[in-house]
Design a protein around this ligand. Structure first.
Ligand code: ADP
Ligand code: MG
Length: 270
């Protein structure tokens, strides 16, 4: 600011505390039939940050995550109210094409779920159905760079035509991440992506998440507070379908404002 004052040039100082909002949930409520699972959740997800959703089992973390790319649409009894803005667009507007939306907001699930196809085809699938590639060499480039970004290239470059299901669990999950990023999404949703993995494979994925946030906005559900503390810059704590508290990860873990958050992070509820 001093330099700006002396030169007279206006400057915007982007501190590590400020980032534009990428996704904005406004008064989001979710019902499964008669049962309400989420209550008026308001949450802003910042661009190129990792936001973790934490809280006891059944508190609505996955339900909220699934609102962000309308995966709840696939559950017939599920009804969502409120607004979710992706940049300026309300993703629940009638004219939204959900297939296109899910290319912009990709998802990685708890259990690695590669298609029963080759490693290459797993990653090529999305770009193909979305018509994102022009010819074989273009598609090759997308597949190779997605595998590189997912930290899997060196392990699979000599066996791209072998089945994805033949990889180890941790490799399969990185293959699913490669598949998700192949369509160049803006947001990447991850629902407990390490819960089926051993500690070494988990550490690899956590490191990868940190690299990916340079290019993507990431929302991760985790039941592990240690994981939330390691990978995320923002943390949102849910309890019984309500967003209790959200903020900078270090504040949530070292200086929570709410008694329920405090009880959860100290292990008194959970
Ligand atoms: P979390 O991911 O935090 O464990 P969920 O979002 O899965 O929690 O669940 C929140 C609540 O919604 C729970 O009470 C759960 O039983 C209910 N629920 C989740 N999915 C469904 C579904 N497909 N049908 C009916 N109820 C569901
Ligand atoms: Mg869940």
């Amino acid at each position: 600011m001093e330099a700006a004052a002396t030169t007279g040039v206006a400057s915007v100082v982007l501190t590590s505390d400020t980032a534009p909002t990428k996704v904005h949930g406004k008064d989001v409520s979710v019902f499964y039939g008669e049962k309400q699972a989420l209550f008026d959740v308001n949450l802003e997800i910042e661009a190129n940050r990792v936001t973790s959703l934490i809280g006891p089992s059944g508190c609505g973390k996955s339900t909220f995550l699934r609102c962000l790319n309308r995966m709840n649409d696939t559950i017939s009894i599920c009804r969502v109210t409120g607004d979710i803005l992706l940049d300026e667009t309300n993703i629940y507007d009638r004219e939204i094409d959900v297939v296109e939306l899910r290319a912009r907001v990709g998802m990685v699930f708890q259990k690695p779920n590669p298609f029963p196809k080759s490693i290459y085809e797993n990653v090529a699938y999305g770009p193909k159905i979305h018509g994102m590639s022009h010819g074989k060499s273009d598609l090759d480039e997308i597949v190779h760079s997605s595998l590189r970004r997912a930290g899997l290239w060196n392990e699979v470059k000599d066996r791209l035509n072998e089945p994805g299901t033949g990889l180890s669990g941790g490799q399969q999950q990185r293959l699913c991440i490669a598949r998700a990023i192949a369509t160049k999404p803006e947001v990447l949703l991850m629902d407990e992506p390490c819960s089926a993995l051993d500690p070494i494979a988990t550490a690899v994925i956590e490191e990868l998440i940190d690299e990916l946030r340079e290019n993507f906005t990431i929302v991760i559900v985790t039941h592990s507070m240690q994981q939330a503390a390691r990978v995320s810059q923002k943390t949102a704590f849910f309890h019984l379908g309500k967003l209790i508290e959200e903020g900078k990860t270090e504040d949530i873990f070292t200086n929570p404002k709410n008694k329920q958050t405090q009880d959860y992070i100290t292990g008194r509820i959970g």
